[in-house]
Design a binder for this molecule. Structure first.
Ligand code: SDX
Length: 399
């Protein structure tokens, strides 16, 4: 009788509470649909606002009108960030300038300091977790905005209030970063991007937050883990990496090379070098990411009316190049773009600084993370997968 390893025992129990918890009531990610708490992503992108989607994810249902206005008021009231976080953001200027820290690192540290200052930081109670979720949702855009002001060497935009109470969450994020109120069109595109980025079941960063929450550690600590995971270019960092890749192609082929064999040759070289083309592929979606066409269409529409010359080329030219790269990836590799590809293109043509793309992803995904942390704490079992041992067979220390 061969002694079964823990791995073999656990495998036979797969799906039990002893293994990874494989159930959630928050989101369903399938080849055929993406659903947040019963609402399909196209329906939400078309008919909801990010504030409404945040309520659905955090409170678990569609808000009544009076509940939504209360929720919005709560978020607006909490937008301003404590002085200690502002002091850190000012101090982060040289770290960002030297490159020893990038915005995702600074955002992670700032969130950690928010946790150190939160009166309910150590509680995992449902009501405390919900209040902390709203404070994080309210303040992450302010951290991003103030950080961008420091990078630009400008005074902080509205530090006393965390922005302009008359602006939506998406519009206020852009206002905090630039000091200028965005056009309704720009605000709408960012609002939809926040809806699309909000939640995606057990992706790497959400899984990281659940593993940390599963030890009964606190929400801020779990969110810091999520930020660290999302930063990676194979995950959320791909939106920045995708835009850097497109800038490299544009640099190499020139605007006149768009639509010509030059781009095919560039891609063939990348295939030979076995480069990962950022913004393409997905662990779950093999027939395309439901979110990508939604954002691509919106971004293309805004680009058509965009008279600025982002990166020295017309916004439409950037989309022409992006669409040619997409076609080559599909024709030659049967690989579809994921949401990060149109996001990079859209944010770039709107003039948002590339290093803030993944922090903006955090400003959205904080809703999904907090929903999962609350779900984990509400009915917790430690998440402890087992690995199959492939090391040396048993041997004596004293031969
Ligand atoms: C996000 O999980 C989520 O839900 C994440 C996310 C969310 O909302 O939370 O959707 C957000 O992270 C989207 C993904 C962003 N990452 C990127 O765009 C980075 C580039 N993509 C690849 O690294 C890759 O496609 C992954 C990491 C996204 C998926 O990795 P898999 O599941 O290992 O890829 P696969 O099995 O489908 O690919 C099989 C082969 C690969 O084999 P390996 O070389 O990895 O052994 O297809 C090729 C490759 O040969 N391939 C690619 C490619 N993606 C797959 N070749 C070139 N470029 C690519 N992007």
């Amino acid at each position: 009788f061969k002694q079964k390893t823990a791995y073999e025992i656990r495998l036979s129990l797969v799906g039990s509470e002893m293994c990874i918890r494989d159930r959630t009531a928050i989101c369903s990610v399938e080849q055929g649909s993406l659903i947040y708490r019963g609402y399909e992503i196209h329906d939400l992108a078309q008919n909801a606002t990010f504030e409404e989607v945040s309520f659905v994810l955090l409170e678990g249902r569609k808000p009544e009108p009076h509940e939504l206005s209360r929720f919005k008021g709560e978020i607006i009231k909490e937008r301003a960030i404590p002085g200690a976080v502002i002091d850190y953001l000012r101090a982060s200027g040289p770290m960002l300038k030297s490159g020893t820290a990038v915005p995702m690192d600074v955002l992670r540290t700032a969130v950690s300091i928010l946790g150190n200052l939160d009166p309910e930081s150590q509680s995992v109670a449902a009501d405390a977790n919900l209040r902390k979720s709203k404070r994080l949702l309210a303040r992450i855009p302010t951290i991003i905005g103030h950080m961008q002001n420091v990078i630009d060497g400008r005074p902080l935009v509205a530090p006393e209030t965390g922005g302009d109470a008359s602006l939506s969450h998406a519009a206020n994020l852009l206002y905090l970063m630039t000091g200028t109120k965005p056009s309704p069109e720009f605000a709408h595109v960012v609002d939809v991007s926040l809806i699309l980025y909000a939640e995606h079941d057990y992706n790497a960063s959400t899984f990281a937050t659940r593993v940390i929450a599963g030890t009964l550690s606190d929400m801020h600590g779990a969110v810091c883990g999520g930020i660290a995971a999302l930063k990676g270019p194979l995950h959320g960092g791909a939106n920045e990496a995708a835009m850097e890749m497109l800038k490299e192609i544009m640099q190499d082929v020139g605007e006149s090379g768009i639509g010509t064999k030059k781009v095919d040759d560039w891609m063939d070289d990348a295939f030979v070098q076995k480069r990962k083309l950022m913004g393409f592929g997905h662990r779950v979606y093999k027939n395309g990411d439901h979110r990508a066409p939604i954002l691509h269409k919106l971004g293309r529409q805004v680009a058509a009316k965009n008279t600025a010359n982002p990166g020295g080329h017309s916004a439409s030219k950037w989309f022409d190049l992006g669409e040619q790269v997409q076609k080559i990836m599909l024709d030659k590799k049967s690989i579809h773009p994921n949401v990060d590809f149109p996001c990079g293109l859209t944010y770039f043509t709107m003039g948002i600084p590339v290093p803030q793309y993944t922090p903006i992803f955090v400003a959205s995904r904080i809703t999904g993370w907090c929903a999962h942390i609350m779900e984990q704490h509400a009915d917790n079992r430690l998440i402890r997968p087992v690995a199959q041992y492939t090391g040396p067979a048993l041997k004596k220390w004293k031969a």
